[in-house]
Design a binder for this molecule. Structure first.
Ligand code: COA
Length: 339
């Protein structure tokens, strides 16, 4: 007997995914290099020459990752003209959730009133925003969802050892968001790449606070709940991984470095970005850089930079834009978007 085939979403043609709006939020409080000189044995000159960072934002007392994420989300919704009630899914990339559970995405849902959304967090450290973008893309391409809010948000000030000059000068707090939908007309994500290397987990990690080493009264003084990093090794791995990720999406898309109107990299260290630019043989003005003002805000960094690039007209309709990130895990990811 010939049964009619059910018309499920699996029979629909795949569709492209566009960023239709962006937003960001950084806390008001500015922490300058001069102020850090009073906390640890460092200098403005050392920080600027080794990293390019001049100042960073620090969340107010009681201000959480979901507070910052919700403010970035509201800005992205306004920018896209989409109402909170239209959102099908909220993804928050973070390593500083308000709590282990519920997810930070659930807290954002309540704060912005996105009643019909499903919510979960993505954990990929500084690469989290692009990982979440790729997850969102799969849901839209497959017609599972139409409208997705992707947020990168971190309150690194809550996991930094403020006595460790090797790390505390590098990081800051903030959030960035994007609204994703199918737009058509040849616009949208052209190619994506994600990669990880768990063998090198220990060069950038927080060893304590999880089930492996729960925090106890005995070990609290050992700063196990703060970022531990081998800076030199992280630096080397970041350059190699980000170049590899960029090459992968260029190969997939058939584009060359010269076709890229704007490159938005993870904002960790100006020297890392300069090393990548020189290996790509591209001028630095092709790269979006705002780490001098915000430092490394982990999953938020590329999202805040994307919003700034968008709002300041760094990319025009029809441009090819490369996003490329790197973080603990190790993790890395890249995406080319036809704007
Ligand atoms: C951390 C980083 C800026 C250090 O720069 P570097 O050129 O590698 O510096 P070095 O490791 O050679 O350190 C040189 C000296 O500066 C000292 N130093 C470290 N932090 C300092 C600070 N804030 N102020 C002054 N001196 C500092 C070190 O103790 C070292 O002293 P020593 O030679 O007496 O031991 C750099 O390695 C880096 O950016 N790594 C990647 C970090 C990163 O991006 N992490 C997040 C990835 S998502």
């Amino acid at each position: 007997m010939n049964r009619p085939q059910p018309r499920t979403r699996h029979h629909l043609p795949k569709r492209t995914v566009s960023i239709i709006g962006t937003g960001s939020y950084v806390p008001e409080k500015i922490l300058t290099n001069a102020e850090l000189e009073k906390l640890v044995d460092t200098s403005d000159e050392w920080i600027v020459t080794r990293t390019g960072i001049r100042e960073r934002r620090i969340a107010a007392e009681g201000e959480t990752t979901s507070d910052m994420a919700a403010k970035a989300a509201i800005a992205a919704l306004e920018n896209s003209g989409v109402g909170a009630e239209e959102i099908d899914l909220i993804l928050v990339a973070t390593v500083t959730p308000d709590m282990f559970f519920p997810s930070t995405a659930c807290f954002v849902q309540t704060k912005i009133g996105a009643k019909k959304a499903a919510c979960f967090d993505v954990s990929a450290a500084c690469s989290g925003f692009l990982y979440a973008l790729e997850v969102a893309q799969q849901f839209i391409t497959s017609h599972t969802y139409n409208t997705i809010l992707v947020i990168g948000a971190d309150k690194l000030s809550s996991i930094v050892d403020w006595k460790d000059r090797n790390t505390c000068v590098l990081f800051g707090d903030g959030a960035g968001a994007a609204v994703l939908r199918h737009r058509g007309g040849g616009h949208g994500v052209v190619a994506t790449h994600m990669g990880s290397n768990g063998d090198l987990a220990e060069i950038l990690h927080i060893p304590g606070g999880g089930c492996k080493s729960p925090l106890t009264a005995e070990n609290l003084g050992q700063s196990l709940n703060t970022i531990q990093m081998n800076g030199k090794e992280t630096y080397k791995q970041a350059v190699t991984a980000m170049l590899g990720a960029a090459n992968s999406v260029l190969e997939q898309s058939g584009l060359g470095f010269d076709d890229l109107a704007c490159i938005i990299p993870h904002q960790a260290n100006l020297r890392i970005i300069e090393a990548i630019a020189s290996r790509m043989n591209l001028p630095m003005d092709r790269f979006m850089v705002n780490l001098d003002r915000f430092g490394n805000t982990s999953a938020a960094a590329v999202a805040i930079a994307l919003d700034e690039a968008h709002r300041t007209g760094r990319m025009q309709v029809g441009d090819y834009v490369l996003l490329v990130v790197f973080g603990g895990g190790l993790t890395w990811a890249s995406s080319i978007i036809h704007w």
